[in-house]
Design a protein around this ligand. Structure first.
Ligand code: C2E
Length: 692
């Protein structure tokens, strides 16, 4: 399968439009905006603090000033009013004394009244003098000047009346004088004094009005500043709350969406799954859960790097979103595992949808001009038939997915039979993983004999599993499982490492043989394989031409471009290559010409009946001829009898492997065999090799 970068613009649009698929912002959204928020808050509150500080200072200043002014005004006007009142009272007392004197007959009382009259004059003069010494307004000065003038005018008249009252008894004349001369003058002075008092009252009222208006101004200023502070505070609060809401949105997105693909993550999937279950339960409908896993993603990641791997995951996400309906949910659980919730899916539609999804992922996928070979397997579980809660549905979809992988069909609908097989598979898989780690695997070696010299020239390493319960297991029982479980890389590495170690030992024993190791189809996806083999060879100190790698033609055909690249690199390193099981596949012979192989191994199915089956003989003969024409050597597998040996010799085959010469055996048995077998030039050589 090949995917083209950016080849699904429609899907991209869907993801960008649908908030379910909006990708999260890259990087660390929390830190920068967090700093921005803090500085925004600090700056905002500093402004508010400065405003409030200025407000307080201004208010205090204004209030103090207004108070002082009021105090001054009140003090001045109180004193002036008091002095004017004193003057007014003194005038009144003098007038009363003036009126009393003519009617007092007792000389002593008259004299006392005259003294009282004069004393009130002193009081009046003193009050007037004090007033004149005070800071005076123009109006006050004018009034006081008028009072002084009137006083000067009235004084002699009043004095005369008092003298008349003191020295004569003509009260009528005295009263007449008082009424006509003295009192009008006294009243004129009193009017002026009253005017002075009235002026004080007016000035106090004016000062109060002024104070009131300056209070008003201060209040307006305070109100303006207060409003400004509140506005700044509100702006800061709005800014902060917007940023906090934005931040909360980001956190919610991180919590619910996969940052790489923008798809729903496990958490949101769980939520949607619960929602789907509730809805389907209410409406008595069904829906589907699809678990999808990319088949060769690990190889893409390992060989092309994580950036390419990430791009593949994003492209897969876009395609899935573009394939399913708007009401469906597409999520990524992590790695290359996707889960889709298909709203309202019924069993009869499962196949159509599964094939549609597989078809979407089957479109060409190109990276920098290279085809990337991916495959997907998906399992479908249905609500309520296969499970009524989220975890059962996911588990069933998972089991179905493994069944799909096993069957190679690409998709499977859950069944209880899969469950049983799946469980067994699951434990077998983890046992195999442990077996590789704990050296429970064993290598057997089958000698390869040169048909011309009749001597062993090489060995084929064949792996077995010494299972603690099931006993010795042949590779047919676990190689496919290792491939499906992603363990084939580890297994191949173990076999290569062990085979090279054993070969070093055999070389030390003097047997300069080559060892052949089988590579699985999956290994031909691993572009890093040549480098690992180079490392293993260097570690073992083994020349590359002592290692032969056997690959099947179907493995090569499954991924021609990567296989060719890997084989070319191995050939450049000097490692020998053989096409195994030749004849069983459907590769064109012309294609064989392009591969840098050294040898063809004819499958035993053509060899076992070679001596008796004419058509097998024709196939073997043509294969030998063709291989020789291409400059390749030929090994026949499954040589069980002397007749087959003889026929192969006649047909010009180069090497043979089979039970007739030796069965696969463990290292110790092999060393013994190499010491004793005639095929190895051992002790029994003469008798056995010559015998027909
Ligand atoms: N009937 C008959 N059979 C004969 C005769 N001579 C050899 N054989 C069997 O033929 C198989 C030859 O290996 P293969 O074609 O590479 O086929 C191998 C190979 O494809 C795979 N295999 C074995 N070891 C490994 C390994 O380390 N890695 C990988 N990827 N595959 C392996 O498992 C397959 C089976 O291996 P084995 O069970 O060991 O089976 C071996 C061997 O025991 C004979 O005269 N008659």
């Amino acid at each position: 399968m090949a995917l083209k970068w950016g080849s699904a613009p429609a899907a991209t649009v869907v993801m960008a439009r649908d908030p379910r698929f909006l990708p999260s912002p890259k990087g660390e959204p929390g830190r920068d905006s967090g700093q921005g928020i803090s500085s925004g808050i600090v700056a905002g509150f500093l402004v508010v603090l400065v405003l409030l500080g200025a407000l307080t200072v201004l208010a205090l200043h204004a209030v103090t000033e207004a108070n002082q002014r009021l105090e001054r005004i009140a003090e001045n006007h109180n004193v002036k009013t008091e002095l004017a009142t004193t003057m007014h009272n003194a005038l009144r007392e003098r007038a009363l004394a003036m009126h009393a004197m003519p009617i007092i007959t007792d000389a002593f009382e008259k004299d006392a009244m005259a003294q009282y009259f004069h004393a009130q004059g002193v009081v009046y003069m003193e009050a007037r003098a004090k007033l004149q010494n005070m800071p005076l307004s123009q109006a006050e000065q004018t009034i006081l000047a008028r009072i002084a003038a009137l006083t000067r005018e009235a004084q002699p008249e009043v004095e005369r009346v008092v003298d008349m009252a003191t020295f004569t008894d003509d009260s009528d004349a005295i009263f007449e004088r008082i009424r006509s001369v003295a009192m009008p003058r006294q009243r004129a002075i009193a009017r002026e004094v009253n005017q002075l008092i009235e002026l004080q009252r007016e000035q106090t009222a004016k000062a109060l009005a002024q104070a009131r208006s300056s209070y008003q101004a201060v209040r307006t200023l305070l109100l303006a500043l207060g409003t400004a502070a509140v506005l700044v505070g509100l702006t800061v609060a709005a800014f902060v709350s917007r940023r906090v809401a934005h931040q909360a949105g980001l956190l919610a997105r991180q919590a619910l969406y996969d940052p790489l693909t923008g798809l729903a993550n496990r958490c949101l999937l769980q939520d949607r799954l619960s929602g789907e279950i509730a809805q389907a339960q209410r409406q008595s409908t069904s829906f589907g859960v699809v678990l999808l896993d990319l088949d060769h993603f690990k190889e893409v990641n390992d060989t092309l790097g994580h950036e390419v791997g990430d791009e593949v995951l994003r492209e897969v996400a876009r395609r899935l979103v573009g394939t399913v309906r708007g009401e469906d949910t597409v999520s990524r659980l992590g790695g290359d595992e996707y889960v889709l919730l298909l709203h309202g899916l019924a069993e009869k539609n499962a196949q159509v949808v599964a094939l549609k999804i597989l078809a979407a992922l089957d479109r060409p996928f190109v990276w920098q001009g290279n085809l990337i070979d991916l495959g997907a397997s998906l399992g479908v579980a249905l609500y309520p038939a296969h499970g009524e809660d989220a975890s059962s549905l996911i588990r069933c979809a998972d089991i179905a997915m493994y069944a799909a992988k096993r069957s190679g069909r690409g998709w499977a609908l859950y069944s209880t039979e899969q469950d049983r097989l799946g469980r067994a598979d699951l434990s077998f898989r983890s046992e195999l993983r442990e077996a590789i780690r704990n050296d429970e695997l064993v290598l057997h070696y089958q000698p390869k004999i040169d048909l011309h010299t009749r001597r062993v020239v090489g060995l084929e390493a064949l792996v077995r599993w010494d299972h603690p319960v099931k006993g010795f297991l042949s590779p047919d029982r676990f190689i496919l499982l290792a491939e499906q479980a992603g363990l084939i890389g580890a297994l191949t590495e173990w076999v290569l490492e062990r085979a090279l170690r054993d070969l070093v030992r055999l070389h030390h024993d003097g047997h300069l043989l080559h060892a052949a190791v089988n590579l699985s189809a999956r290994s031909l996806h691993d572009l890093g394989l040549p480098a690992s083999i180079e490392t293993l060879l260097a570690r073992a100190g083994m020349a590359p031409d002592h290692l032969m790698l056997e690959i099947t033609e179907s493995a090569v055909m499954a991924n021609p471009s990567d296989s060719l690249a890997i084989l070319t690199e191995l050939d450049r390193m000097g490692v020998r290559l053989a096409i195994d099981d030749f004849g069983t596949g459907y590769s064109s012979l012309a294609y064989l010409k392009r591969l840098p192989v050294d040898e063809v191994k004819i499958d035993k199915s053509f060899v076992l009946d070679l001596a008796t089956n004419e058509s097998d003989a024709v196939i073997v003969r043509s294969t030998i001829d063709l291989a020789h024409n291409l400059g390749l050597s030929v090994t026949a597998e499954g040589v069980e009898t002397q007749d087959i040996w003889d026929t192969l010799t006649i047909l010009g085959c180069d090497c043979a492997q089979g039970y007739h010469m030796a069965r696969p055996m463990g290292l110790n048995a092999l060393r013994q065999w190499l010491r004793t077998s005639p095929w190895a030039g051992g002790e029994n050589a003469a008798s056995q090799v010559l015998s027909p």
